[in-house]
Design a binder for this molecule. Sequence first.
Ligand code: FAD
Ligand code: UDP
Length: 368
Amino acid sequence: MMYDYLIVGAGFFGSIFAYEAHKRGKKVLVIDKRDHIAGNMYTENIDGINVHKYGAHIFHTSNKVVWEYLNQFTEFNQYINSPVANYKGEIYNLPFNMNTFNKLWGVVTPSEAKAKIEEQRKEHYKENPKNLEEQAINLVGIDVYEKLIKGYTEKQWGKRATELPSFIIRRLPVRFTYDNNYFNDRYQGIPIGGYTKIFEKLLDGIEVKLKTNYFDNRSYFDGIANKVLYTGPIDEFYNFEFGILEYRSLDFETQTLEIDNYQGNAVVNYTEREVLYTRIIEHKHFEFLDTKKTVITKEYPATWTPGKEPYYPVNDERNNQVANQYLEKAKSETKYLFGGRLAEYKYYDMHAVVASALSMVKRELKDE
Ligand code: FAD
Ligand code: UDP
């Protein structure tokens, strides 16, 4: 065997595992079908601005081990995500907090806001919310739901909010303070110099082959390594034998503009259904840059079809049930290891993928 591990995918899962295996003297080959490392975290420097090529990536975690682990490879800046929502030209703060409620209803104190939501809940409250719509109305009332959630959610997922699992909306905090921080986590920031640099350090000294798809020569790749760590879509690995899993895709439209400031914030969400994109990212604001030009990206949700990038797993009941069949089968493998957003079919943020990779390192690469 030429390698101890073949690693399919140079995102966080694959690159962290590769780094840790290499550090322990294992022979490692990393392949990725894209023409760059760093998976969805890839940033490219355009006119001095680190552009997030696969949509805004804001690192946040409450896990000190994960935070300290990544701080070996980068320093993070002080960026705190505070997106604003644009609904038909009206601007609201996110996540849902006293600033949002004040703009919507003119309420000033937390008890006034709670009373307003309570009044709306009385009419629409559902005992055991079964879907995203019921969950959202229970949490914030009908006004917030209709202006800030329904349109955004339905275009993002290409489904009705009544067909979507409720956990998706519970990703967002609801606060009765004037705090626009999108996350509750203790640690947050953007890597200084961009994400790609982290991956250059993780993969330093490791053989990496880009533009190389595992499925183009599966038997060859299986034959050159004792073990294979696969971080791509789990259904594709098993040739779709239990059915095709559903993903949501995106199209990104990036433009350089000859002005210094386009929208005054890194992230602006467009929450009405009629605007086809969900958000516009203005990358320089992630890094507090003072440059003459600016780069913006519009994110258009798109139907996933084979061949398109599978960005989001759609963790509803049907898909989870199919995914569980794959994941059960995966457990019995001895040659193959699986991890990451696509191989575990979980709507994981970066910190969760880092934690998951570190626990695989512990299990698989036991230190003598
Ligand atoms: P990936 O980064 O997807 O890496 C998998 C790699 O495997 C890819 O490079 C792919 O090309 C490669 N691959 C797949 N199949 C094959 C094959 N057959 N052969 C060779 N290579 C293959 N998380 C946050 O914490 N904060 C955020 O703000 C945030 N924003 C996001 C915004 C968007 C638009 C998206 C889509 C995700 C966001 N995430 C965010 C989530 C984050 O992107 C994931 O947690 C992270 O990418 C998971 O890392 P991974 O290694 O599992 O997968
Ligand atoms: N969401 C919404 N309005 C917004 C922002 C988010 O309704 O302005 C909902 C939407 O359903 C989305 C979910 O909250 O899919 C999670 O949002 P998050 O920002 O975490 O999405 P991601 O960054 O993962 O795309």
